[in-house]
Design a protein around this ligand. Structure first.
Ligand SMILES: Cc1cc2nc3c(=O)[nH]c(=O)nc-3n(C[C@H](O)[C@H](O)[C@H](O)COP(=O)(O)O)c2cc1C
Length: 313
């Protein structure tokens, strides 16, 4: 396992991203103030957008520009994620986003949301691996940058990976594949054999760079995933809500350094930044609960000090 200064390199393109620790996309989280504040602290070296849903029409260039603006404003390389059911439309949108600066394009075939799956998109595509192969091929023809696919191990069962998903990915040859070790049906429930599953994915896709996803809450979790599963990169997601410095902490651990501890004052200072930025109250309280622990005295104090609804402007 090489150190954190090793960039994420892809066979067709050479250096893709400056780091192999990429914050996983999170709709409703990796946007707005969260994006700005973590970027300002230099805790992140590349962003991965949550999915942009391409449905009835390809969005116009101005709409794509507006959507991408907050990511481009970070000045960091941006991996753009798209989702949908119409491969040619997705490919057209990808071409537009590439022109606007996307460093890479990722196809979401992993989202377990009932609405998304009900529309045949996201994780539902795992039932149609031949569609995934077709969409990757359309994307590779449409853009001159890396094309990735984000999958789960299966829709109902992880056996689907071996039986149908991996063969389609081997045929389609995306530039990289991100594997979240759960199935769609498992949603976010704990599973006992996540790393085993990723090891199997590694065996199935020997020539394709793999990004590992699932339960990366500490630097040790990430080191384990790199070492035990042979991943080329990792994508921590929910862990960033508990520790917004997680990406940097993992990078430090990869370099053999101890991540600095996180003082109570620093946590309060960070919350203050979110408050000053006008973060939505629900998200602010979620951050506070994650940083201090929902049962902590600090969190109880924060809740008590919140203005009562009648006192709020
Ligand atoms: C609130 C939330 C929103 C998410 N949005 C996306 C998304 O837009 N695209 C995507 O590929 N994955 C999305 N994910 C999945 C994460 O990127 C990640 O694969 C998953 O949470 C497992 O990693 P973790 O256990 O480290 O959180 C989301 C997860 C959460 C919790």
């Amino acid at each position: 396992m090489s150190n954190a200064n090793t960039p994420f390199v892809l066979p067709r393109f050479g250096e893709f991203l400056p780091t192999r620790v990429i914050p996983g996309p999170m709709e409703g989280v990796t946007e707005g103030e969260f994006l700005k504040i973590l970027t300002r602290h230099q805790w992140i070296r590349a962003w991965w957008t949550p999915f942009l849903r391409i449905s009835v029409a390809v969005p116009r260039a101005a709409r794509l520009r507006d959507w991408l603006a907050q990511y481009n404003a970070t000045g960091l390389p941006i991996l753009v994620q798209l989702m949908g059911t119409d491969a040619p439309r997705i490919a057209k949108a990808a071409a537009g986003l590439r022109k606007l600066g996307a460093r890479g394009i990722d196809l979401n075939c992993a989202c377990p949301s009932q609405i998304v799956v009900g529309n045949g998109a996201g994780g539902a595509q795992l039932k149609y691996p031949e569609w995934i192969a077709e969409a990757v091929s359309a994307l590779k023809s449409a853009v001159d940058c890396p094309v990735g696919v984000k999958v789960r191990m299966g829709f109902d069962s992880p056996q689907e990976f071996h039986a149908r998903i991996a063969p389609a990915l081997r045929e389609a040859q995306p530039d990289f594949v991100t594997v979240h070790f759960r199935t769609v049906q498992e949603l976010y429930r704990p599973i006992p054999d996540g790393l085993e599953r990723l090891k199997n994915a590694r065996k199935e896709l020997q020539d394709i760079p793999l990004v590992g996803s699932g339960d990366l809450f500490t630097p040790e979790d990430a080191i384990n995933m790199f070492q035990k599963c042979g991943m080329d990169a990792v994508a921590p997601a929910r862990g960033l809500l508990k520790n917004p410095r997680l990406v940097q902490d993992i990078e430090k651990r990869l370099n053999g350094e101890d991540p600095p501890s996180w003082s109570t004052q620093e946590k309060y200072a960070l919350l203050q930044e979110f408050q000053t930025a006008g973060t939505h109250l629900g998200f602010y309280l979620q951050m506070a609960a994650n940083l201090f622990g929902r049962d902590s005295q600090q969190f109880k104090n924060i809740v008590q000090q919140m203005p009562r609804p009648s006192q709020r402007p």
